[in-house]
Ligand binder design. Structure first.
Ligand code: SAM
Ligand code: SF4
Length: 341
């Protein structure tokens, strides 16, 4: 796909230019975070999941139409067998149209892959970590060992990967250790982004409401101990950023519930089965697996479907927690582990 296309920009009906693709390469995971999935999770069977060749073909189409950044996510991307081959397949695009190839990981397997990630052109990664307390870590992830993640983070530092930490803010779980967490990030020069829990997928018994922590509240709490200054930095995504006086790290706040972030949305998500989700918080989707597996479908058909999918992007999500009725509104049935965060 080398010919430049006329009108190759992907612009949705709300005039947002779509330049960022998040691709989930597996729904499987070696952790079972309580806000993400139930303890006994049913995973997709292998036939349903796109092969790396199919994913590569799809990425190639998206890059051709103006996608500049691809984030590999999951499930846990680093548990998929042969995952480094896939990074290698995407690497050549980095010297042409693709500006960035990144990864979101829980960090448990990072110690094995940090060097290879750097070698395939990855320069920045997001590591999800909600607590620095080993017991709490085991509680939140149900089975994880904090030590594995810290070992992975160290390997990533040694490999010169820039690390951003993603932390889901959880009332009565990690709200009492935010000061320490921040100090740890400052010491290690890790940017840190807080996320509000979103009502996605069945997690066994819905406890997200009990642990929902508004980031307005969290920010107020942080401001009482650290001097914060809001900055206009934008990663093109939903986070609003602040700086902490005396440090160089950026502090991000992703607030899908307390402030709708949709007007600046520049992204689309493809899950591991090849279904494109036009919005994390809506059920609009388009199934690319059919096209990718149809021997009669041409490259032009694929590109046309990509354009069509962008034209169907909804304006915004409709998540809401109704505290007065102790109810979660706008809940989406699919798990975050299918679509990727
Ligand atoms: N397994 C990898 C990880 O944990 O980084 C990548 C996939 S995970 C689904 C991506 C991000 O989604 C993580 O930062 C995780 O904390 C977040 N996440 C999962 N379920 C969530 C939920 N219900 N609400 C908000 N964030 C969630
Ligand atoms: Fe796995 Fe990531 Fe979900 Fe945790 S948040 S269970 S690490 S996919």
């Amino acid at each position: 796909m080398n010919k430049p296309l006329e009108n190759s920009k992907l612009v949705d009906p709300f005039n947002r230019q779509i330049t960022y693709l998040r691709l989930s390469v597996t729904d499987r995971c070696d952790l079972r975070c309580t806000y993400c999935m139930p303890e006994k999770m049913t995973f997709l069977n292998k036939k349903e999941v796109l092969t790396f060749e199919e994913m590569h073909k799809l990425c190639s189409g998206f890059i051709h139409l103006g996608i500049k950044k691809i984030r590999i996510t999951g499930g846990e991307p680093l548990v998929r067998k042969g995952i480094m081959n896939f990074f290698e397949m995407l690497n050549p695009y980095l010297s042409h149209q693709l500006e960035e190839l990144t990864l979101t990981t829980n960090g448990t397997q990072l110690h094995k892959y940090a060097d290879q990630l750097y070698a395939t052109g990855v320069r920045r990664i997001n590591v999800s970590l909600d607590t620095l307390n080993p017991k709490k870590f085991e509680h939140v992830t149900r089975i994880g060992k904090l030590h594995d993640v810290l070992k992975g983070i160290e390997a990533a530092q040694d490999a010169n990967l820039k690390i951003k930490i993603n932390c889901v803010a959880l009332k009565d779980i990690n709200d009492d250790e935010i000061d320490n967490f921040l100090k740890w990030c400052i010491k290690n020069n890790f940017d840190l982004t807080f996320i509000e829990t979103m009502p996605m997928g069945d997690i066994g018994n819905e406890t997200r409401l009990n642990h929902f922590l508004s980031l307005d509240e969290l920010k107020k709490n942080i401001s009482s101990k650290f001097e914060l200054e809001d900055i206009s930095f934008s990663s093109g995504g939903p986070a609003k950023y602040s700086k902490i006086k005396g440090s160089i790290i950026k502090l991000g706040f992703i607030t899908p519930l307390s402030h709708n972030f949709c007007s600046s949305c520049n992204r689309i998500r493809v899950d591991a089965t090849g279904v494109l989700h036009q919005c994390l918080g809506q059920s609009n989707s388009l199934d690319f697996r059919k096209i990718l597996r149809d021997p009669g479908a041409t490259e032009a058909d694929l590109l046309e479907s990509i354009r069509k999918s962008i034209k169907q992007k909804p304006e915004k999500h409709s998540f809401a927690y109704d505290f007065s009725k102790e109810r979660v509104e706008g809940k989406i049935d699919r798990h975050m582990s299918l679509t990727g965060g």
